[in-house]
Design a protein around this ligand. Structure first.
Ligand code: HEC
Length: 109
């Protein structure tokens, strides 16, 4: 293999790698509907987009921590709403869920 081919192969490989995670995120990260999602769309996307949330995989304890943190940062949610959002996120975005497995294989580089 010549020097040039080696570089070209490396370049093509890198550009494919670079484009895959973005594509996977847009295509397969439609969050499931539910009351939690409506609250998130109302209260959580003023500072960052929803992918900041839906690309994460956390345990219920970790999601509860995130809720405390975001409330401290200024998210406008009542304690009841925080509960609903935390449950929704724990159910749909947990480290062990089926969606988590999908996510891991999609983002492996
Ligand atoms: C007042 C602005 C603001 C609002 C409203 C807000 N966030 Fe955030 N959020 C931030 C900032 C700033 C970060 C930046 C990264 C950091 O330092 O953690 C962040 C980061 C995050 C992260 C990534 C951090 C991690 O530990 O993975 C998650 C998840 C998250 N927010 C969830 C939420 C949820 C859920 C809501 C709605 C209840 C929400 N955010 C509302 C400001 C906000």
């Amino acid at each position: 293999m010549s020097r040039w081919t080696t570089h070209a192969t490396l370049f093509v490989g890198l550009s494919i790698l670079a484009s895959v995670p973005l594509f996977a995120q847009q295509a397969s990260e439609e969050p499931p509907a539910g009351p939690g999602l409506e609250l998130i769309q109302r209260s959580c996307v003023s500072c960052h987009d929803i992918y900041m949330i839906t690309t994460k995989r956390k345990t219920p304890e970790q999601w509860a921590e995130v809720m405390d943190l975001m409330a401290a940062r200024g998210a406008e949610v009542t304690p009841d709403e925080m509960q609903i959002i935390a449950e929704y996120l724990s159910q749909n975005f947990s480290p062990s869920g089926a969606r988590a497995a999908q996510q891991q294989s999609a983002s492996k580089h």
